[in-house]
Design a protein around this ligand. Sequence first.
Ligand SMILES: NC(=O)c1ccc[n+]([C@@H]2O[C@H](COP(=O)([O-])OP(=O)(O)OC[C@H]3O[C@@H](n4cnc5c(N)ncnc54)[C@H](O)[C@@H]3O)[C@@H](O)[C@H]2O)c1
Length: 264
Amino acid sequence: MSEFASKIVLITGAASGFGEATAYAFAKKGASLSLIDKDEENLGKVTEQCKKAGATKVLAVVADLRAEGDIVRAMNETIETFDRLDVLVNNAGMVQMGSVEDTPVESFDSIFHLNVKAHFHFTQLAVPHLEKTKGNVVNITSVSGELLTPHGIFYGMTKAAMNYFTKTAALGLAEKGIRVNAVAPAACRTNILKRPGAMAPGLSEDMLFGMEEQTHILGRVLIEKQDVVDSILFLASDSARTITGSNLCLDRGAVLAGPLYKGE
Ligand SMILES: NC(=O)c1ccc[n+]([C@@H]2O[C@H](COP(=O)([O-])OP(=O)(O)OC[C@H]3O[C@@H](n4cnc5c(N)ncnc54)[C@H](O)[C@@H]3O)[C@@H](O)[C@H]2O)c1
């Protein structure tokens, strides 16, 4: 039997992309799931698929993670339903392109609320429950948090903040037996790149992936959703019991190649 069959896993941003794929992977291993997203329609579809895939029990909570009250409600409903939490996957996020000169300052709050504050808040609320289960947190950051992305300045700042948070939370929570790690993918074809503001003017997805072939030393080796899912499941599992504060870069060698990154 899978080690996750008795576990409760909370995934934010579970209605699409990496979150959706991660939900299916945990479902196949028989985990119980608390799936959080603002997209009610897709969340309903993912919930049904997870039940069919073998999840023991699935709770779906429609919530806007930029609203603190929604985050508290999502965690409360999770604990009321399952009475425990083993794994928190802080995944929901948005991309916003723009440089120092052309990024509207008003968009700062929106992207930092979702990409940083929500993950901090979920983690803070999860601590007492993860302490009981000796559970763990997996944050989905980005290669943009490791590299310099002049035309995605707020996005890179949020992901760099999450790298800092991952390490400091790992330091602070180790004495409670809670591990905190991160997965940092390079660009992958999910819906995030199709959402408003995700592409710089004049840039297309194909151009982005074309540029990455130049800057990512593994060239044509593309990142699939499954690569990210595999890393999340590994870090969440007992196989990673000695690992905390790490940032697993699925970057096709981009970080190794240098700090100036012209991709995502
Ligand atoms: N796809 C990539 O190229 C890539 C690369 C590196 C890192 N990431 C990171 O991976 C994570 C997941 O991205 P993805 O590619 O799966 O994106 P996605 O757009 O496919 O999925 C994101 C999910 O988050 C949800 N969401 C967005 N705003 C929300 C809010 N305010 N409240 C609740 N839910 C909200 C969306 O409804 C969606 O279901 C993000 O943190 C992203 O920054 C993505």
